[in-house]
Design a protein around this ligand. Structure first.
Ligand SMILES: *Cc1c(COP(=O)(O)O)cnc(C)c1O
Length: 512
């Protein structure tokens, strides 16, 4: 900045510093806070007018992506206006105060019972506490998985102690593709994870490969019912058979936890022929994310046990609730009631038929995307068999570019270019053993219609076309081209220059 320019701006700065007025008549962007570098690490000394503060927060949020175009996420990004009304009406309720808010607690209890029913938990035959359905709302599947894992661990410890055997080396058997919350569980609760390897062809745990990892110190087998990588279901029925066999042969009592974070609200409605829930004898507990295909905004998950006998008494806390005894087993204490109320709304609003309609639409839309991608001739799908409305795909091997050379761009470049069209579509690598395979994933959610996915396919074609024509030049060819363009279009030379990349420079593709 030149001296005179500095002077010009300084005058305004001084003027603003004098004017401390934040009264209601000051225009939102006329507030002095609109023109200062607001402190970011020190606790602010003074207050700020609500309008100015709100605007500051909202402006900061402007640079976040549009959640509905986040094609990677399983988490709900759209709900009906009536649901938003329910959420607004219950957002100042702390659901842990059961005596003040018995109705919200009742909604929670009803959701537990209805989800247990959906998953075929056995109906209690008597009033015996051990036979009663047991489950709880959580903040999400992660908390639900912690609780499921904890119950397995305690169950194993109690049995080992009873038999006079050591309890210092618990292990958990799970696929290397398991969601990160399981790694956390093992670290937080000191359990050795025994990861079953996967491969490119079948990037999920296969029960026949898991068998050899199970021994007397195994607290349980975790089965991903909807692998986060590609949406494929791990085979719970075959896992159940394998566990029955191993338990019999080795005299063990290993149980299964099904991580149905996504699948728990998909499969029951459209895959009625798949056996994956409490109909299988060894399934001890199941979790789901209410905020994934339960169709609720972030902040709710569920864990359900076959019945009360699956959770050792020592983990069950009792709270007085309207003169009765309520069992509590959560990691949190205070929690917003709004997402529980929203889950209750969705279940009564949609019913089985509503969820079925939505989930079958999503499978159709996912099919449309898969077909559209395959039709480009550039992609292959990752994994097969039944699963979630998720399309996991990668560039075909051995593709050549417009000049017949090996392609010089990868899935990460596609991700970067798609951002130009506002799509957030993350690239990543498959887990260990298959990590050389890069891939892209689209999770089809309720608010992704056929039309919207057609737009994504169109933009994907544009991106591929662009990449095919911009990653083909050698350094020399590019220099020549730039020179040619500058000569032909002196005005546009700058613009065009921006769009050419050296193959050696390809990681910068996204910022051009
Ligand atoms: C999303 C997911 C989780 C974690 O769920 P949150 O609700 O985000 O805590 C755990 N397991 C699987 C299989 C998932 O897909």
């Amino acid at each position: 900045m030149s001296k005179s320019e500095q002077h010009r701006f300084k005058e305004f700065q001084d003027h603003l510093d004098d004017d401390n007025d934040e009264g209601p008549n000051v225009p939102t962007y006329g507030s002095r806070h609109s023109a200062i570098d607001f402190p970011k690490t020190e606790f602010p000394k003074e207050s700020l007018a609500p309008r100015a503060a709100a605007q500051m927060v909202l402006d900061m949020h402007q640079l976040d992506a549009n959640p509905r175009l986040d094609m990677a996420s399983f988490v709900t990004t759209w709900m009906e206006p009536e649901a938003e009304q329910v959420i607004a009406a219950t957002q100042n309720i702390n659901i842990v105060d059961s005596s003040q808010y018995p109705q919200c607690v009742e909604m929670d209890n009803r959701c537990v019972k209805m989800i247990a029913d959906l998953w075929h938990a056995p109906k209690p035959k008597s009033d015996d506490i051990k036979e009663q359905t047991l489950g709880t709302s959580t903040i999400g599947s992660s908390e639900a998985c912690m609780l499921g894992g904890l119950a397995l661990k305690r169950r194993w410890q109690v049995a080992r102690k009873k038999a006079g055997k050591p309890t210092d080396k618990p292990n958990l058997v799970l696929g290397i593709n398991a969601q990160v919350c399981w790694e956390k569980f093992c670290v937080y609760f000191e359990v050795e994870p025994r990861y079953v390897p996967v491969d490119d062809d079948v990037p999920v745990m296969q029960p026949q490969n898991a068998e050899k990892y199970i021994d007397e110190n195994t607290i349980g087998l975790v089965v991903m019912f909807g692998s986060t990588y590609n949406g494929q279901y791990e085979d719970v029925e075959a896992s159940d058979k394998m566990i029955s066999k191993v338990n019999k042969e080795k005299g063990l009592d290993v149980r299964i936890h099904v991580d149905a974070a996504s699948g728990g609200f998909v499969a029951p409605f459209i895959y009625e022929n798949i056996k994956w829930d409490f109909l299988l004898d060894n399934v001890n507990s199941i979790n789901t994310s209410g905020h994934k295909y339960g169709l609720v905004y972030p902040g709710v998950g569920w864990v359900i046990w076959r019945n009360n006998s699956c959770v050792d008494e020592s983990l069950q806390f009792h709270v007085a609730y309207l003169g009765t005894d309520q069992i509590s087993l959560q990691l949190n204490f205070s929690k917003n009631a709004n997402m529980v109320a929203a889950q209750y709304y969705q279940i009564v609003r949609l019913g089985f038929e509503g969820y079925r309609r939505i989930m079958s639409n999503l499978m159709k839309v996912a099919g449309h995307l898969a077909e559209g991608l395959l039709a480009t001739g550039h992609f292959k799908l990752i994994g097969h068999g039944p699963g979630l409305p998720v399309v996991a795909f990668a560039l075909k091997d051995g593709r050549t570019d417009a000049k017949g050379n090996d392609i010089k761009y990868d899935e990460f470049d596609i991700m970067d270019r798609l951002k130009e069209y506002h799509w957030q579509l993350p690239a990543y690598n498959l887990p260990k053993n298959a990590e050389h395979q890069k891939m892209l994933r689209v999770v089809i959610r309720e608010d992704h219609s056929f039309e919207m996915i057609s737009d994504l396919i169109t933009d994907m074609k544009r991106v591929i076309d662009w990449l095919d024509h911009h990653f083909v030049y050698t350094e020399k060819e590019m220099t020549d081209l730039r020179a040619k363009f500058s000569a032909d279009h002196p005005d546009h030379s700058k613009k065009h220059k921006k769009h050419y990349h050296s193959p050696n420079n390809k990681k910068k593709a996204g910022v051009c």
